[in-house]
Design a protein around this ligand. Structure first.
Ligand code: AMP
Ligand code: MG
Length: 392
């Protein structure tokens, strides 16, 4: 059995990047930039007005001043207007600042009288003027390789005229749930059977990593169906098998993988819950065997599968968001594996929730964060700890 840290390191060393691709910016949400991007244009791209009002010369525009309106500057075309002493130009938000002007008076602060205005306020240089480049300079980095593309990133790329963006490859994943006891939700349950929750759990977790294409399959605990399912599954970039990776007579996954030519890198990791975790590859497909217990599948997915998939797709930040929290009760780990405690993070406080057992799905469903307690570690109530948020 290897340590959690070693397992993670070995997985990340092994996984390869998928080929990058160009996608329209509108389809790039949650993809990862495959290269650095730099501003082609400053923002704003030209001096312009932040208000509907009048462009003036601030130094010649005291309260009570009367100015002649010599033109109108709308947004969308530069009429190359000029403002001289005693003059103002009617202007609208986003319109090019006329030459000579250095301030905008809001229309609410003037009284218009035919072709003249009286200014009812004192005006300062720069007021309501958006200067070229004050937000973003030309050549400045706007997106870093490996960064996740968010809504605002897409808008920023658009502001620079990028129609497409080069991003990491999209992983196609397959999920196989194994177990004779499993029944699909919606079907009738016989005594001793349970509903298959892991398939949908894993699909949802994959979706949260930005994996959109997931092939789903259930198979019974027999070698023939398992072998067939694995052969189909390995046509994807990632194959996740849940259940059957432990040491019982019905746990056939490891043997099946081996006989189908898998190179098994890792089997069993010191992590609680989740010890019977498996990682290997068949050709280009990376295979993860997760324990059947739902909480174990959940924790091992987040700690091992998620970072591997994110790396395959070109991400550089592979960690769940960590935040400091005040622990509401004392906790000690006197076991021999680091323990991921499931709990609720609320108003800066973390409280363990539900039975901390690997089958306890209801408890898990009431939580939003994980606290890792190292072997031998004793944490006191009110202590500040780092917790991982799995749902924000
Ligand atoms: P296994 O890892 O196959 O030994 O399964 C461990 C436990 O997890 C058993 O109680 C299984 O019934 C349960 N289990 C396995 N697969 C699933 C699944 N897809 N959904 C819910 N529970 C499961
Ligand atoms: Mg099983």
């Amino acid at each position: 059995m290897i340590s959690e840290e070693e397992a993670r390191q070995r997985i990340l060393e092994k996984v390869t990047l998928l080929p990058e691709r160009a996608v329209p910016i509108a389809s790039a949400l949650d993809c990862f930039a495959a290269r650095d991007y730099f501003a082609r244009l400053p923002l704003p791209a030209f001096d312009n007005s932040a208000m509907d009002g009048y462009a003036v010369l601030a130094s010649l525009c005291n309260k009570g001043e009367r100015l002649r309106v010599v033109g109108e500057q709308p947004a969308g075309l530069d009429r190359k207007l000029r403002v001289n002493a005693g003059e103002a130009v009617r202007i609208f938000t986003g319109a090019t600042l006329p030459q000579g002007a250095d301030a905008i008076v809001m229309q609410e602060d003037v009284t218009r009288d035919g072709t003249e205005i009286s200014v009812n306020v004192d005006v300062e240089v720069g007021e309501f003027v958006r200067r070229r480049g004050c937000d973003l300079a030309e050549g400045q980095m706007i997106l870093t390789r490996g960064e996740r593309i968010r809504a605002a990133t897409i808008a920023l790329l658009a502001s620079q005229g990028f129609a497409n963006v080069t991003v990491g490859g999209e992983a196609a994943a397959a999920v196989i749930s194994t177990g004779d006891e499993l029944v699909k939700p919606g079907e009738e349950l016989q005594p001793g059977q349970i509903y298959d929750g892991n398939s949908v759990l894993l699909r949802a977790l994959l979706q949260r990593c930005g994996v959109r294409a997931t092939a789903m399959e259930h198979c019974r605990d027999d070698r023939e169906s398992l072998d067939d399912a694995i052969k189909r599954g390995t046509k994807n970039h990632v194959l996740i098998i849940t259940g059957g990776v432990s040491v019982g007579e019905h746990d056939l996954v490891k043997e099946a993988l081996r006989e189908l030519g898998a190179k098994i890198e890792i089997w069993r990791v010191a992590i609680k819950p989740g010890k019977p975790f498996l990682f290997g590859n068949i050709g280009e497909c990376f295979v993860f065997g997760l324990p059947g217990n739902p909480v174990s599948a959940f924790v091992t997915f987040l700690q091992f599968v998620r970072p591997a998939i994110l790396r395959r797709m070109g991400a550089t930040n592979l960690d769940l968001t960590q935040v400091p929290a005040r622990l509401t009760i004392g906790l000690t780990n006197d076991g021999d594996r680091p323990h991921y405690i499931r709990g609720r993070l609320e108003h800066g406080k973390f409280t363990p929730v539900g039975r901390q057992e690997s089958h306890a799905l209801f408890g898990l469903s009431q939580t939003n964060a994980l606290l890792r307690v190292a072997v031998g570690q004793s944490l006191q109530a009110d202590e500040i700890v780092q917790v991982q948020i799995w749902d924000s």
